[in-house]
Design a binder for this molecule. Sequence first.
Ligand SMILES: C[S@@+](CC[C@H](N)C(=O)[O-])C[C@H]1O[C@@H](n2cnc3c(N)ncnc32)[C@H](O)[C@@H]1O
Length: 317
Amino acid sequence: MNPDSDQASLHSISLTDLTKMSGLPMTIVSAVVQCDDLAGLHYLPLDEVETNEIGRRIKKILMDNTVEKAGADAQHRWQLGWQEILERVRLGGISENTLLPQYFKHDILRLYGGYIRATTLDFEKRIFRLLKAILFFNYFTNISHVIEFGCGTGANLLQLHKMFPEMKLTGCDWVQPSLELIGQINQETGSNIQPINFNMFTLDGNENINITNSTAVVTFAAMEQLGDKFGPFLDMLISNRPAVCIHLEPIIEFYDTTLEFDLDAVNYHNKRNYLSGFLNKLHNYEKIGDIEIIQSHRSSFGSTFQEAYSIIVWRPL
Ligand SMILES: C[S@@+](CC[C@H](N)C(=O)[O-])C[C@H]1O[C@@H](n2cnc3c(N)ncnc32)[C@H](O)[C@@H]1O
């Protein structure tokens, strides 16, 4: 970045940006997002030289055979990652900061089809938080129970508990430290989140999941980890008939492969073996009348190499 960058070119995230990113009306966004929530959310679009440099970084990653891939073999990595957070929480207590996954560390992000440099490192997690708050507010009117699959550190469940203290909450993950983190959250905040050991590949743990017609299912960058092996999990959701399913996930179908910017994300997405074919499959189920897709929206926001904040909302019929 040019060190003399003109302050005038500094952009700020507004309510209008959040309506664009969430795909929901201004009336909803402005009911959820307060002035303070937007304070300090500034960024600069990258210039051509900087953009080309990111392109080179992606090409290098694509050639790298040691890049970690999502899949059944990745369980051990999640185990280690969340164990590290569990130790941090044991020392520092529960807070949004201690529960923050290690991968929220980028200042170069994707927005509206170009790269930006955020002025602070918490930009991505703050936008993620706001998008969740907007979605919860919009879709959880008649919901009494929320189940998060692939709940990780429990940060999203803590956000839900703060927003809806009376809501019954369940957190599912396939690694033990994640379930222990939920225990810590319950102990420290008085929440009563039910931890369940559940594997989205094998559906092990299914007998402990209780979905009713007032249950909402949510996933955040969790189905991402299933590659093209999401079928049994999706069918399990459809047959259990929750009120609504909300996903913030990288949706490969949204990218426009005629654009280099998007093609880079597609290549990166495939290199990491992320979720593939989910939206197409939902469209097929919609055609035969099994489900209704309520919202399917590219937020056009993401971390450096891909956009994990695409929004899909659907319900079984
Ligand atoms: C990128 S993290 C996202 C965590 C959390 N949803 C969040 O937003 O912070 C992916 C999560 O999915 C979990 N996961 C991956 N594959 C899974 C599987 N087959 N069954 C259950 N959980 C899985 C991982 O353990 C991890 O917690």
